[in-house]
Design a protein around this ligand. Structure first.
Ligand code: ADP
Ligand code: MG
Length: 246
């Protein structure tokens, strides 16, 4: 059982406070959806958790199983079991997905023996053409193929907690279903805990959240169950916005 605990998180980018006190607790096997209007700080939250440069933590704490996440460089956060699926996966010429995963496993002191077979098996499961496994990471892949590739990496690495920043953006309905379903299965098969950041309910039809949170102007302004995502879909965000923002 793992727990990612975010307490009173405040963070700034370019000298402007963007996250103004965020509290979230994500445990193994749970799916938390974070929804919110553009510019509310959703990507900032995922970037700060992953350790992307350019952000200043102003206050609060983040722990993974009691370990201070901010004391770790980004690569150690990954080793500790935190996975960030990027909104725009980067292309890495000269590095195949298999060699990336072999090195990641090796760096974590794990057994690299089964990685090649796991890559092939996961490609079949997520519907990624095995021919694409020969390519450099994400190079010349379509948007949908890149996201399937991200899910393949998530499945092989089997992290404790995954942060998915708008994995639905730019996906057609088939890719969206495949990706959402694979994440849902990981919550059952390997007790993955998920923080799924999304604008839309589409993703959440397959990846049903246990908890839904609305982030507006850097604050969680509402929390509820899956029905909250349905309410947002039907009514928009206006009812949830703080008075100053409405
Ligand atoms: P969301 O993902 O919810 O749309 P973001 O976290 O991307 O929101 O952005 C929240 C606010 O922070 C926006 O006003 C955005 O312009 C600003 N912001 C985010 N990252 C940076 C940055 N690196 N430098 C300056 N401003 C930033
Ligand atoms: Mg964003």
């Amino acid at each position: 059982m793992s727990v990612l605990e975010i307490r009173g998180l405040r963070a700034a980018a370019a000298g402007v406070e963007i996250l103004r006190g965020v509290d979230l607790t994500i445990a193994s096997g749970e799916v938390h959806a974070v929804m919110g209007p553009n510019g509310s700080g959703k990507s900032t939250l995922s970037h700060v958790l992953a350790g992307k440069p350019g952000y200043t933590v102003l206050g609060g704490t983040v722990t993974l199983d009691g370990v201070d996440v901010f004391a770790l460089p980004a690569w150690k956060r990954a080793q500790a079991g935190l996975f960030l699926a990027m909104q725009y996966p980067i292309e890495v010429p000269g590095v195949s997905v298999e060699s990336l995963l072999v090195e990641a496993r090796r760096a974590a002191g794990g057994d690299v023996e089964g990685v090649a077979a796991a890559v092939v098996a996961e490609a079949a499961r997520i519907g990624l053409d095995p021919v694409l496994l020969e390519r450099s990471l994400n190079v010349d892949l379509s948007g949908g193929e890149k996201k399937r590739n991200e899910m393949l990496q998530l499945a092989v690495l089997a992290p404790k907690i995954a942060i998915l920043d708008e994995i639905d953006s730019g996906l057609d309905i088939d890719a969206l279903r495949a990706v959402a379903r694979r994440v849902q299965e990981a919550t059952v098969e390997s007790s993955l805990g998920v923080l799924a950041i999304t604008h839309y309910n589409r993703l959440l039809e397959e990846l049903r959240p246990d908890h839904t949170h609305i982030l507006a102007k850097g604050l969680i302004v509402a929390s509820g169950g899956p029905e909250l995502a349905d309410q947002v879909e039907a009514e928009g965000y206006a009812a949830f916005l703080p008075a100053e923002a409405a």
